[in-house]
Design a protein around this ligand. Structure first.
Ligand code: ADP
Ligand code: MG
Length: 400
C-alpha cells in the first residue's frame, strides 16, 4: 500500500468515526548509551539517548477483550491474546504483549478493551539498540491509549512507572534478566538530549547534546554476540565479589555504583595485590561511573573534545580492564579511530560482538564509512554495517 493510500484511508476513516474510534499510532525509539557501560547492574550511572529508529504500533480499538496483533517483522501469524485469560508463555513476540498486560494489571491499570494492531520496527535486528524495550514501551502506550488513559510525558513520574512495568514484563514473563537502563531510556528520552541516570535510585537529569559538525554513527561488527550471556553473568558476579571485598576494607555504601573514584584510589593498590582480576573489574566500574559524571559535565559545558576523550577512555577500559570486547569489536574500534574525521570510538552494549559507536565528521560520512569498512574487512573478513540516527524523543503517540 502506498503512503498516499494510507493517508487517504486515515483521513476518510477519521471523518466518519468519532475520536475514540480512530486509528492511533504509537512509537517508542531504540536507544544508544553514549557512555556508562556495564554500570547499570552495579547501581551506577549510564548516559543513554533515544534514537530516531524504533517500534511503531498502529492500532484500532475493537469492541472485545482480545488483542489481535500482527508484526511486520515477524509475519508468521496474527497473535491473539485474550485479556481475561491466564497468559501462557509461547516463546514468540506475543510474550512481550502478554508480559506487559500482566504487569499493567499488577500496577492497577484497568485494561478491558482490546485492539487490532500492526507492529513495525525499523531497529536493525541484533544490533543491541534494544528493540525489545522499544516494543514493550510502544505496546504499553497503545494498550493504555485505547483504554482511555492519558499518555504520560517523557520524564514524568507516570512514565517512569511504566518503564518499570516494561522491565518487569521482560524479567518475569519473557524471562530476560535485564536492568532498567533500556526501558528507562526509551520511555524518557528527549530530542537532542542525553539522560544521565543512576540505575538504582532512578535519579536522572537531561543535558543537551550538541555534536556540531559531528554525528554519532553505530557500527555493527555483524559478529554474533556468542559469549555474551555467560561472560555477562561472570562479570556481574565478579562485581558482586569486588563490592564485598571493598566492604571488607571498610567501604560503607549500599551499591558498588556509589563508590567514588577518591575512595577507589585509596584502596585500589590493596585490591590489586589481593586479586588482580577483581582489581581490573572494579577499576572499570568505578572509573566508568566517574566518566559518566564527567561526560555529562562536558556536554553541559559544550566541550565536545572532552566528551570524545572520555568515550575513548571508556572503550579502552572495557577492552583492557573489563575484557568484554573481543577481536571483532577491537578491529572495528581500531579501524574507526585510525580514520581521519573520527574523534572517538568504543564498543557499546554487553560486548563480545554486536555494535560500537563512533563520533564522526558529518560531511565526510560516506568516505569515513568506506575507509572503516575496508580496514575492518581486511582484518576480519566480514563486512560491517553502519547506522546513523538523530537523537530523538522517547515513547509517545504520533499524530496521524
Ligand atoms: P534487543 O537487543 O534488540 O533488545 P532482544 O533479544 O532483547 O534484542 O529482543 C529482540 C526480540 O524482541 C525479538 O526476538 C522479538 O521477539 C522482539 N521484538 C523486537 N522488535 C519486534 C517487532 N518489531 N515485532 C515483534 N517482535 C519484536
Ligand atoms: Mg533487549
Amino acid at each position: 500500500m502506498t503512503e498516499d493510500i494510507r493517508k487517504f484511508l486515515f483521513e476518510e476513516y477519521s471523518k466518519i468515526f468519532v475520536n475514540s474510534e480512530k486509528f492511533r499510532l504509537f512509537f517508542a525509539p531504540g536507544r544508544i548509551n553514549v557512555v556508562g557501560e556495564h554500570t547499570d547492574y552495579t547501581g551506577g550511572y549510564c548516559m543513554p539517548a533515544g534514537i530516531s529508529a524504533g517500534t511503531f504500533v498502529l492500532v484500532k480499538p475493537n469492541s472485545s477483550a482480545e488483542f489481535n496483533a500482527f508484526s511486520i517483522n515477524f509475519p508468521d501469524k496474527i497473535l491473539k491474546v485474550d485479556i481475561s485469560s491466564n497468559q501462557i508463555k509461547e516463546n514468540n513476540w506475543g510474550d512481550y504483549l502478554k508480559g506487559v498486560l500482566v504487569e499493567l494489571a499488577a500496577d492497577g491499570y484497568k485494561i478491558d478493551r482490546g485492539f487490532d494492531g500492526v507492529v513495525y520496527g525499523n531497529i536493525p535486528n541484533g544490533s543491541g539498540l534494544s528493540s525489545s524495550a522499544s516494543l514493550e514501551m510502544s505496546l504499553i502506550l497503545a494498550i493504555l491509549g485505547i483504554n482511555g488513559y492519558n499518555i504520560p510525558e517523557n520524564g514524568s513520574k507516570e512514565m517512569i512507572k511504566l518503564t518499570l512495568c516494561a522491565q518487569r514484563a521482560e524479567n518475569n514473563f519473557v524471562g530476560v534478566k535485564c536492568g532498567i537502563l533500556d526501558q528507562f531510556a526509551i520511555g524518557n528520552a528527549k530530542e537532542n538530549r542525553v539522560i544521565k541516570m543512576k540505575c538504582d535510585t532512578l535519579d536522572f537529569k537531561y543535558s543537551p547534546i550538541n555534536l556540531k559538525d559531528k554525528t554519532i554513527i553505530i557500527m555493527n561488527t555483524n559478529k554474533k554476540r556468542r559469549l555474551e550471556e555467560s561472560k555477562y553473568n561472570e562479570r556481574r558476579s565478579e562485581c558482586e565479589r569486588g563490592f564485598e571485598i571493598l566492604k571488607n576494607y571498610g567501604i560503607k555504601k549500599t551499591a558498588l555504583g556509589d563508590v567514588t573514584i577518591g575512595e577507589w584510589n585509596e584502596l585500589k593498590s590493596k585490591v590489586k595485590s589481593a586479586d588482580e582480576i577483581i582489581y581490573r573489574r572494579l577499576n572499570h566500574v568505578v572509573g566508568e561511573n566517574d566518566r559518566v559524571l564527567r561526560a555529562f559535565e562536558s556536554l553541559q559545558n559544550d566541550d565536545l573534545s572532552r566528551l570524545a576523550r572520555l568515550i575513548n577512555e571508556s572503550g579502552d577500559s572495557l577492552k583492557t580492564d573489563f575484557e568484554v570486547t573481543g577481536d571483532y569489536l577491537d578491529a572495528i574500534v581500531e579501524a574507526a579511530r585510525s580514520t581521519s574525521g573520527v574523534i572517538a570510538a568504543r564498543m557499546t552494549g554487553a560486548g563480545f560482538g554486536g555494535c560500537a559507536i563512533a563520533i564522526a565528521q558529518k560531511d565526510d560520512l560516506d568516505k569515513i564509512k568506506l575507509e572503516i569498512s575496508q580496514k575492518y574487512q581486511k582484518s576480519t573478513g566480514i563486512a560491517p554495517e553502519f547506522y546513523n540516527y538523530d537523537i530523538s524523543d522517547g515513547a509517545r503517540e504520533i499524530e496521524i
